[in-house]
Each structure stands twice: as C-alpha cells, then as structure tokens.
Design a protein around this ligand. Structure first.
Ligand code: BYC
Length: 315
C-alpha cells in the first residue's frame, strides 16, 4: 500500500533523519517550528537588554570586554535563529512586527531586573546554564537549519556560562559584602531560572507532539531536573545557598528533590505583567527604530553591489 506524505514524513523522523527546507512537511510541523524558533530568536534579542544595561558600569576593563562580547554573541544568535525561521517561509519583518507589537512570546527570564553587578554573574551562571541544558539537545532537532544553528549557539553559550560562574566565584571569594551580593543575586534568579524550562509536563500543550517530531528530545521537567542536579553542587562550591528549604538529595536516585514553582508568577510574566515587560519591549522598539538608518544603508549598499555585478555580467 502506498504510504501517505505524512506517513513518509513520520518514518523519516523515526529513522532520525533530518528534514530540510525543501522537503515536504506537515503544516503543523512548520507552524510549531516557526513558533519555537522565532520565540527563541526574540529571546536572544531581548536577552541583550538586561545585560547591556551593565556594560557602562562593569567593574573593570576586562569585565567590560567580556560582557560586550557576550551581548554581541547574543545578537548573533538572534540572527542565526531568524535566518533558520526564514527557511520555513516566514519574513523577518513579520517576526519583528510580532515581537514589537507584544504578540510574540520571548523567554520569561528577561523580564526581571538586573539590580547589581552580581546579577550579571548569576545570569551567565544560571540563565546560560539553563539555556545550555535546554539547547544542547536541540542540536539534534529534526529540522536541519535549526539544529545547525544550535551547534554554534551552544558553543558560545558554554563560554558565557563559564564567564558567569567566574564572576560569581570572584565575588564569593571577595569581601563579605561581595559574597552577600552574590547570594542576593542567586536568591532572585534561582526560581525564574527554573521557570525558563516551561510549564510542568502535564501542563505543557506542545511537548508531546514536539517530542514525537524529534524537535524536543526531552520534556520540560526532565531538563529542569537535570539543571537542578547540575547546579546544586556548583552553588556548594561557591559557598552560597539555593533559596529552597525543600531542596534535598534523593540518595536512591541521585536527583535533588526541589520545592514547588510559583506558576502564577510564571504565567503573569509570560502574559506581559512581569516586573520589566513594558521596559523591555519599549527598549527593543526604540533600538529597532533608531537602527532603521543602518538597515537602509545596508540595503542600499547591497543593491549597489548587485547592480555592479549585473553590469559586469552583461559587459
Ligand atoms: N517564557 O507547551 P510548552 C537564551 C510558553 S534565550 C515564555 O512547554 P514548548 C539566552 C510556550 O512558548 C532562552 N514563554 O511549549 C539569551 C508556549 O506558548 P505558545 C530561550 C514560555 O515550545 C540571552 C506555552 O508557554 N530559549 O538562551 O514545547 C542570554 C506552553 O509551553 C516559557 C529557547 O527559546 C518561558 N520560559 O516548550 C542568555 C529555547 N516556557 O508558543 C540566554 C527553545 C514556555 O504555545 N525553546 N513558554 O503560545 C524551547 O525549548 C521551548 O520552546 C520551551 C517551551 C522549552 C521554551
């Protein structure tokens, strides 16, 4: 019996083969990829804002250079991801419109404020740490352009995570005030970092299908648990305390049991009512508007180059 296009597609996925832009794919596969990749791209762009805020106040030239490089890397990640989404037939301007009008989602984590320098360390350590945990499996995502973009993103995120941990270590080995600053940053960033992985599996509408399509390789709860297990010993090494009275090692499984996440807070932030949602969106729109001349100049240059090439061809 002749297999349907959809059956052939699923067989290809089940053989762990890659899907490429020109291959046939179900509309719902295309749609969920555009959703996830564009949200991811938006997160990279908005993620530049809480950190960019500290470039001018970094405590030394070395720290300033490191932070500038990290923020630039994030702009680059956004570009790889928008390009990957474009291969699915969605225009970049459409994605920007969705972000700037507040319709699109981006990671909840970037709606929290960066109050002290230690927050830059905590973001690198925890937020990039969570991002790596979530994104390394995406290097094996069934959609080729997304998987390939993630390989480079993950290499750079891993550097960011080490940089953040080193900032935390320096503070924790410094004066009592510096160590207190590191503890305060951990207190404020711990729970939002756990929320980055998304709702519990039972409440996650997209996970089951995304796993059947090999877009996601692990569920939200599995990745969250791995992140906790990886991070608790790192906090011990730093000598600071994770703000969870229920955190306890399960000797049998080797996993840490952790306390309940405040899902009301998560959904409030996702729906636009977090501490910084309005500021972040306004800053992003302003940056986009103020960058219009750069885009126009780049387009004018590209057109000129193309005309020159065409003239040379016909000469
Ligand atoms: N924040 O069914 P679910 C970074 C939404 S950037 C906001 O589990 P899915 C970095 C979700 O979109 C970090 N919304 O969805 C940058 C869905 O809504 P829609 C970003 C969230 O897609 C700079 C609904 O809740 N990383 O690394 O199966 C500096 C139900 O969720 C969040 C990525 O984007 C959230 N935290 O799983 C440093 C990685 N969680 O779309 C670091 C790629 C869930 O149905 N993305 N929602 O309206 C993913 O892996 C997945 O999309 C998620 C969610 C795990 C995030």
């Amino acid at each position: 019996m002749e297999l349907s296009l959809e059956q052939k597609f699923q067989e290809k996925i089940d053989r762990d083969e890659r899907i490429e832009p020109r291959d046939w794919m179900p509309d719902s596969y295309r749609k969920t990829l555009v959703r996830q990749i564009s949200q991811h791209a938006h997160s990279e762009l908005v993620g530049m804002l809480p950190e960019g805020n500290w470039i001018s106040r970094a405590p030394s030239l070395r720290r300033k250079l490191g932070l500038m490089a990290k923020v630039q890397d994030e702009a680059g990640h956004g570009l790889y991801l928008y390009s990957a989404a474009e291969t699915l037939g969605v225009e970049r301007d459409t994605m920007f419109d969705q972000l700037h009008s507040g319709k699109a989602k981006y990671s909840s984590i970037f709606n929290y404020p960066t109050l002290t320098w230690a927050d830059i360390g905590a973001i690198g350590w925890l937020v990039d740490g969570a991002a790596i945990m979530n994104q390394v499996p995406l290097c094996r995502c069934s959609y080729g352009p997304y998987a390939r973009a993630m390989v480079r993103v993950c290499k750079e995120e891993s550097f960011h995570q080490r940089q953040g941990f080193e900032i935390m270590l320096t503070l924790c080995q410094g004066t009592p005030e510096q160590k207190a600053m590191a503890q305060d940053a951990l207190n404020r960033w711990w729970w939002p970092s756990l929320m980055m992985f998304g709702p519990n599996d039972a409440e996650s509408p997209n996970t089951k299908q995304s796993m059947a399509w090999n877009i996601k390789r692990f569920s939200n709860d599995e990745l969250r648990q791995r992140f906790v297990d990886m991070t608790v010993p790192q906090a011990e090494l730093l000598g600071i305390k994770i703000p969870d009275p229920d955190l306890k090692l399960n000797e049998e499984t080797g996993n840490y049991h952790f306390g309940a996440i405040n899902w009301d807070e998560f959904w409030q932030v996702v729906k636009g009512h977090g501490p910084c949602n309005k500021d972040r969106l306004a800053a992003r729109v302003k940056a986009h508007e103020e960058g219009a001349w750069v885009r126009e100049a780049a387009m004018a240059y590209a057109e000129k180059q193309e005309n020159r090439l065409n003239k040379a061809k016909t000469a």
